[in-house]
Design a binder for this molecule. Sequence first.
Ligand code: FES
Ligand code: FES
Length: 160
Amino acid sequence: MKKQIITLNINGEDLELRVAPTDLLVDVLRKEAGLTGTKIGCGQGDCGACTVIIDGKAVLSCLTLAMACQGKKITTIEGIADQKTGEMNPIQKSFLNHGAVQCGYCTPGMVMSSYNLLSHNPKPTRGEIKRALSGNLCRCTGYILIFEAVEACAAEGGVL
Ligand code: FES
Ligand code: FES
């Protein structure tokens, strides 16, 4: 299908990208914008590896048409680190410090869901954390270390 140039606001920057009407956001992020931090796991809405934030909501980019994102603010895993210094966001540090990362494939999606939760709810309960991460699957960690990483980040000052 014929591609056209559209503008997407990604991590605070307006990018002009070549997009066909049927292109999925995850593919445009990875192939056109070069932002390969967002992962493709199942490709059908089951695993959460492709989670990004659009206008303050955690969204599955494998189920989202890129063209539908025009005029919206898209944040990917690359956008939550300090954009000047490159220093990791506190939630990224917390995942590392609490052993919440093993193979790492689910991690960008887990981090984005956690970041979005803490952005809206700085002191979530364990139940709220479980609900926020219920769409993110991890085959390695057993989840407990991930929940602890989110709790520790909240206790240490949150994501902002
Ligand atoms: S790749 Fe999008 S939910 Fe699995
Ligand atoms: S760390 Fe391997 S899938 Fe989560």
